[in-house]
Design a protein around this ligand. Structure first.
Ligand code: GLN
Length: 304
């Protein structure tokens, strides 16, 4: 009989004992001071039973993981017109690269690289009266947790050094694929990235992607077709130029953030979140990737 708790405990011990923990992202100054030794893993199975090990209730900066949530909200608001603004192909490039954007006339390869998320942010800024407050409300309602909030010091910190994101937004604007002004769109984008959540809050939120669009309160947030599309984009694009490696080693749709978090889902089975702030050279959590590889290997559970 499969025992998730034993597997998570073993993963947590292994992670705590691993010396080579990767590098903390320092290009956002506020992230540089996080303790590298933090490690948490939380898994919510399809029945809503939570398993956890390590630092799972401590909040961290969710960063690019939020791109899945802004995509969900924008997709729900705009429907298939969304795909006129952003494509669904893996980029094979790092998250902040600009070269394809120039070659492909300002239409980002997918919504999970920075350029694509900036277009999604633009859509939300156009569609919503009070974008930051309404997006926060959206996340809180899926998580059923009104304590989730933005860490504005992280947003300000990124604004002061976000030169590549300003470059991307300006390039997109020059091709006519940004409706609002660059500063307004990036103010929203930096705030979405600065959402603070714990592993437990993240599994509660991403449970909808493992549970056919329904949250733990049984409310339908996205329909089956939307869930299929978003999980497919996570599988093919969630780890930038390491998406193939993640599919190869872990075998689940997922998304990482430079705060060291990774979410992964096995539709109709479970949702799992890891947090370990040290990153590998591709900007994905080094120990998080190892932990998830061990989880799917030891449990024999992956979509493949
Ligand atoms: N806010 C970060 C950035 O734009 C998000 C990147 C990430 O988490 N991969 O650079």
């Amino acid at each position: 009989m499969l025992n998730f708790q034993n597997i998570l405990d073993a993963i947590s011990v292994q992670a705590k004992n691993t010396q080579e923990k990767g590098k903390i992202a320092s290009y956002i100054p506020q992230l540089a001071c996080i303790d590298k030794n933090k490690f948490g893993i939380a898994l919510l199975d399809k029945n809503g039973t939570l398993f956890r090990a390590g630092d799972t209730s401590e909040q961290f900066s969710v960063q690019s993981i939020t791109k899945v949530l802004t995509l969900s909200m924008a997709f729900d608001l705009l429907g298939d017109d969304l795909w006129k603004r952003v494509d669904v192909e893996p980029s094979g490039d790092p998250f902040n690269h600009l070269s394809l954007l120039e070659q492909e006339n300002g239409k980002p390869r997918n919504p999970l690289i920075n350029a694509g998320a900036i277009v999604i942010a633009d859509i939300l800024v156009s569609k919503l009266k009070n974008p930051k407050a309404e997006f926060l409300e959206y996340v809180r309602s899926i998580a059923n947790d009104s304590s989730i909030t933005y860490d504005t010091s992280v947003a300000e910190s990124e604004k002061s050094t976000g030169f590549r994101n300003f470059a991307a937004a300006n390039l997109i604007k020059s091709f006519g694929n940004l409706e609002n002004d660059v500063d307004t769109v990036l103010d929203f984008y930096f705030h979405q990235c600065a959402l603070s959540m714990s592993c437990e809050q993240l599994v509660n939120t991403f449970y909808i992607f493992a549970n056919r669009g329904k949250c733990l309160q049984n409310n339908q947030h996205l329909n089956l077709s939307q869930i299929k599309r978003i999980n497919a984009i996570m599988l093919s694009c969630g780890f930038y130029d390491e998406a193939g490696e993640f599919a190869f080693r872990v075998g689940l749709p997922g998304k990482s953030g430079v705060g060291g978090g990774i979410v992964a889902v096995f539709p109709d089975n479970f949702c799992v979140v890891t947090w370990s702030p040290g990153l590998n050279e591709k900007g994905n959590s080094k120990l998080g990737l190892q932990a998830l590889e061990k989880l799917t290997t030891d449990s024999g559970l992956s979509i493949f």
